[in-house]
Design a binder for this molecule. Structure first.
Ligand code: 2AM
Ligand code: CA
Length: 261
């Protein structure tokens, strides 16, 4: 079942309807603490339920994995949706307007398609295996940057894992001193979508969960870039791990000169 056909328009409608719920500021103010600097709001639950219902209605045979549910029964050898209803929850709480719905379909361990939708800008990023990557229907490509001096690099910081702060900020400083500038958006899905369309040249973050990077990974790969762990190896989409997405050239350079020294 690796060439599963998903009707794009149906998929986009489901994701857009979910994203429309981001504007409910009352629900965004209902915050529950999951862990240190790890939050979930009523919006996260509401978006997840709405999208899950839509997916189940259209494609009842496909399993559903979502950030805000128990996923212990998922069989990764079969088709599975991987959803982060709100990637960038801290941004949502602050009305910082850098949050996205991130939805991917994997089948037999391979990416089939992915969507990252940013409701504030109404930008919908989509990619399907072997078909390329698109922003609101127009083809997108990673940047052509070859040197650190010409790069805008986005960093991720795992705010809840303070034990990594010294190591991370030391790495950020070394990269900051060599590149054009750094950014920290707070949504891994948007960071990867921005790598795919060439707005930034690379993005990396430790310990991301599958739903943070599953869709962004397909976008970057179909846009001509690469997504690896910090050693340059292929990431395991079923597990938490470190993620480095780039236009390819800058990813190799980061692995060689920065990530492991
Ligand atoms: P979230 O907003 O869906 O929680 C920001 O550093 C990135 O890390 C975001 O993509 C954010 O996703 C993710 N993130 C936040 N808390 C996390 C956690 N406890 N485990 C893994 N990723 C997390
Ligand atoms: Ca989330």
């Amino acid at each position: 079942m690796t060439n599963m056909q998903i009707e794009r328009q149906k998929l986009f409608d489901i994701v857009r309807e979910g994203g429309a719920l981001f504007r409910n500021r009352e629900e965004a103010a209902h915050v529950k603490v999951k862990g240190v600097s790890d939050y979930v709001t009523q919006v996260d639950f509401h978006v997840q339920e709405q999208i899950r219902t839509g997916l189940m209605r259209e494609w009842p045979q496909i399993q559903f994995m979502g950030e805000e549910k128990d996923n212990s029964d998922i069989d990764f050898t079969k088709a599975v949706w991987i959803l982060d209803p709100v990637d960038g929850t801290t941004n949502l709480i602050h009305d910082f307007r850098q949050s996205a719905v991130s939805l991917a379909l994997y089948d037999g361990g391979r990416p089939v398609c992915g969507v990252v939708y940013q409701p504030y800008t109404e930008e919908l990023f989509y990619a399907a295996a072997g078909e390329g990557a698109f922003l609101n229907g127009k083809p997108i490509h990673v940047s052509g940057a070859q040197t650190m001096e010409e790069c805008l690099i986005s960093i991720g910081t795992a705010p809840y894992e303070h034990e990594y702060a010294d190591r991370n900020f030391d790495l950020f400083k070394r990269i900051f001193l060599d590149c054009q500038d750094i950014r920290r958006l707070g949504s891994a899905a948007i960071d990867l979508a921005y790598v795919a369309c060439g707005r930034i040249d690379a993005f990396f973050e430790m310990n991301l969960k599958p739903w943070d990077f599953a869709a962004g990974r397909i976008l970057v790969e179909e846009a001509g870039g690469t997504v690896t762990d910090f050693s340059g190896n292929s990431p395991d989409f079923r597990k938490k791990g470190s993620i480095l997405g780039s236009n390819g050239a800058i990813g190799r350079l980061l692995v060689e000169r920065y990530m492991n020294s």
